[in-house]
Design a protein around this ligand. Structure first.
Ligand code: ADP
Ligand code: NI
Length: 217
């Protein structure tokens, strides 16, 4: 194994251990396994783009460590502390923080990441909100936030700004129309676009089956 590959693998291992500790008690869908799946998606996409794979790996693992829905940190304290503990350089830390700042879904205020590394991590995170895993996460989040599964006369709102999106009290089925089915057309990279096609199709089939069963009488 060459030197750089060795540094990559060691850093990845150390970061994984830190993240496992940080997310130990989260059941809202932002757990350690989500971070690991985002990493796997990101590594897969990174192979198809010209990018800094080291930065992609770190940003993927740390992308949710200061999420306002879970932590009350300021200025990306958790991410900074973890990277310092892993002896990463100041340049690396600043580069990673710039990426993490950009990537979250904020309703109509969502922005596309500017760097290729940011675009990759954003796609990797969005892919994990789609498909079978996306469906599982949506209902886990809904249960965790006391949301109903479905209420037939409760209509989705697809044009929410960030505050409305965060405070929205709709059903989990509505969330498919408010976010999950929009993801396919928001992907930055060709690799993610093609994975997203399949996951989108699966979610649409799920919804069809859901309504069929609901109306079976
Ligand atoms: P991000 O990771 O981009 O900040 P969110 O925090 O909005 O995205 O979402 C995290 C996970 O929780 C995703 O799988 C998402 O689909 C799910 N989720 C977010 N809001 C809702 C909601 N209102 N109902 C159901 N699932 C939700
Ligand atoms: Ni995430």
């Amino acid at each position: 194994m060459d030197y750089l590959k060795n540094v990559y693998e060691q850093t990845k291992y150390m970061l994984q251990q830190k993240i496992k500790e940080l997310f130990a008690n989260d059941y809202s869908g932002h757990d350690y396994w989500h971070s690991l799946r985002v990493l796997n998606n990101a590594e897969r996409i990174a192979k198809t783009e010209k990018c800094d794979e080291y930065i992609v790996m770190i940003a993927a693992l740390l992308h949710d460590t200061d999420d306002i829905k879970i932590f009350e940190t300021t200025d990306y304290e958790n991410a900074r502390r973890i990277m310092l503990d892993c002896h990463l350089t100041e340049d690396t830390i600043d580069g990673v923080i710039d990426i993490i700042k950009e990537i979250s879904f904020k309703g109509t205020e969502t922005i596309a990441a500017t760097s290729i590394e940011g675009k990759i991590v954003q796609d990797a995170d969005r892919l994990d909100a789609m498909g079978a895993i996306g469906i599982a996460r949506a209902f886990a989040y809904g249960g965790n936030h006391n949301r109903a599964i479905y209420i037939p006369d409760c209509q989705p709102n697809i044009n929410m700004n960030e505050t409305e999106y965060r405070n929205n009290e709709g059903t989990t089925i509505n969330h498919f129309y408010e976010k999950l089915l929009l993801m396919k057309d928001m992907m930055n990279t060709d690799c993610a676009k093609s994975i997203a096609q399949k996951r989108d199709r699966y979610m649409r089939e799920f919804l069809k089956e859901f309504y069929d069963e609901w109306n079976e009488h």
